[in-house]
Design a protein around this ligand. Sequence first.
Ligand code: FES
Length: 518
Amino acid sequence: MRIDTGAGSILTDPWVNPAYFASWFPFPDNSQLDWDSLGKTDYLYVSHLHRDHFDHEHLKRFIDKKATVLLPNYPTSELEDELREVGFTRFVKTVSNEVIELDGGLKIMIQSLTSPTDGPIGDSSLWVEYDGIRLLNQNDARPTDLTVFAELGHVHAHMLQFSGAIWYPMVYELPESAKAAFGKQKRDRQFDRTWRYIDDLKASWVFPIAGPPCFLDDELWQFNDIFGDEGNIFPDQSVFLREYRAIGRDNGVVLLPGSVAQLSTEDCTVSHPVPDLDDFFAHKEEHLREYRDRQRTVIDAAKASWHRPEVDVLAELKRRVEPLLEESIYLAKGVGGPIRMDLLADDNDTVAQSIVVDFPEKQVREAADEKVRYRFRFRRSLVESLLASGEVDWVNSLFLSCRFSAARIGQYNEFVYAFFKCLSEERLQYAEGWYDEHERTVDTEDVTLTDRTTGKAWQVQRRCPHLKADLTRFGIADDGTLTCQLHGWRFDLESGRCLTSVGHQLRSQPAEAPVAAE
Ligand code: FES
């Protein structure tokens, strides 16, 4: 998206080339835009380092290096380092939640989220004000609430994520019926969370952005939401509009690549590059098929580059991962057991090698006949490629590619993915420090929530045990279960047990009946 104002333009997250081992492509296709002129921008804002936001090749080729980068405040310097490597030299280093006035009266504020589960250790939102018009590009960031933006005055345009951006539940080896049911739950939760944010901010206009991606490789084609499957987690902008209208709202605005929305304090007028928006979405499958044909050579070339026979996977994993296991306290304890990687031969999908990352023993070794907590099936060439390039974030590469399958015993374990995001000393140290601080912060405030089904009142801790969302805003108690809508985690109110992930006990007890007045 490019935001044009009388005091300059801000280009945000220009993503065009496929991300994550050529699995995600922008939807709809935006490669035909006039990037030479779009790239002549005064400011550049890259919200975070996920590859569907940070497109190295595109930034290098098309974006004017004289642009000033509006930089979120992150605990590691990776985003700045990568932008400098691309060729940018001018930076405005922001402080989270502090408004900055740029030339010509253009005001901006960037909120940075920095928990190990936020993006690649960091995600952010951009607030902009010019000439009395305010805009929040919330992007795919998940702030615990939007109060800090609302307090700066009425927002006219709210851009936010509404679709899925993860591998769950598609990659899990589950019966199709279970996968469909989990997918449907997830799709519903995504919309619930979006409505919650929209209700929080009460902007004049709401723009569904930051997703969904589309999948053009034949191996992943089934992930596109074109089969009428209500368990698909990648609904598109037209589905957003339909669902949003179904809850009685009429201020949703869909943009295609090349659409222009003209915003005033009173109005929003939009022009599109196609004569009929409904017609465009009605022919989505056709669009995807043509897009796939245009990108086939790109996908084939990517696939041909993955195999790196010179890499000894076990030896290299040992060398890189064992020192990190040795230093890890919280992540290793959180994972709590061994994880197995089955590496599949490229040509016939048989298991060529099985390797265990043993968190309690702090070892990487050949797998024995043993029970493991998580078991992943990766194509060996993908792992070779990650090791050859020294990738430190396997979430921002392998996992988001959805090019794997997984099985687990028991609940989701966020520490598993947090660890694979932190395969560098710098990241690991940060994550360990964050969990340490998180653990020590005693959260003493309680609130009362009423169960919507039973009418029973519960006294629970105010902040969600996951990432501290305010449960008076995000918590819904229903039939003995509390759901925090920020990430959809569920807790049994009777026992306080987290039903979504290991650990994360909720403090909860029946609220005392009010003492009758004498
Ligand atoms: S903060 Fe993530 S589920 Fe509550």
